[in-house]
Ligand binder design. Sequence first.
Ligand SMILES: C[S@@+](CC[C@H](N)C(=O)[O-])C[C@H]1O[C@@H](n2cnc3c(N)ncnc32)[C@H](O)[C@@H]1O
Length: 291
Amino acid sequence: MTLTAPRPPGDQDRSDADFSDAEFRRVAAFAQRAYGLALQENKKQVVHSRLARLVQDFRCPDIATFCSWLESGNCQAELEAFISALTTNVTSFFRESHHFDIFAEELLKPGLSGLRAGQRLRVWSAGCSTGQEPCSVAMRILDLIPEAAKLNIRILATDIDPAIIAKARAATYPEEEIRGIPPAFRKSFLQPGSGGKFMPDARVSSLIRYAELNLVGDWPMRGPFDAIFCRNVAIYFDKPTQARLWSRFAALLRPGGLLFIGHSERVAGPALEELLSAGITTYRRIQDPKR
Ligand SMILES: C[S@@+](CC[C@H](N)C(=O)[O-])C[C@H]1O[C@@H](n2cnc3c(N)ncnc32)[C@H](O)[C@@H]1O
């Protein structure tokens, strides 16, 4: 298919006939290879619509040429726009709040005296979107350990999408987005930002380090982590990619460390030998003296 003339934004009259099965398979194979994304046949229309928009935005002659640009690996802006177009960044503060309760009850409270004495705590929010997840973790930590920023406590927050990481770093949230934060936490940890928005205060942001990271690529971190939150991300990946991801998380968790995943996700495959169910969509890394 070629998009010979630019179409107006929001144009809805594209049909599957404009986007051949072979082209769809080419795009899907690239998305799988580069990012582990599983684009099913039934997503063909929506993939087409989003690609057509990118073709216009980048003044590319057609989808086939756009695919060649992506496959060349030399078009960073196009690659970033592609992954942004095919994933959703939906998130919220204290989403699936039971995870933050388990984190506080099972990791923080039993370790309080050690943490206060300088013991290390490392948390990874993998696929952190615009930062609400790591900020929720930070607030939960600060609620129990107000001096956390001065201790050996850090949260790594990563996402594949650089534009999203930039938003997370800017950390300004409109009123409707902060409603999920418990009132006492709102009072303690938020400050007014520009334009009537709200910002987590310096204690919250000083615990978090943001970085770009493709979960399907190489990871520079060695761990171990005490907790990994990777929620509503693996849902985009095919089963083998998910299985590899669970095993890689297990290898980076300390024995007894916790993995939190999204409500519609399940750990499967070899990682189940190392990760035991420990609550709703929560897994605990087994104690293994050999490792
Ligand atoms: C639906 S959001 C989930 C945000 C948060 N974890 C939550 O549950 O609220 C999914 C995030 O995963 C990111 N993502 C998708 N594929 C990724 C990949 N291969 N590597 C890293 N992040 C990825 C997206 O950019 C998006 O910000």
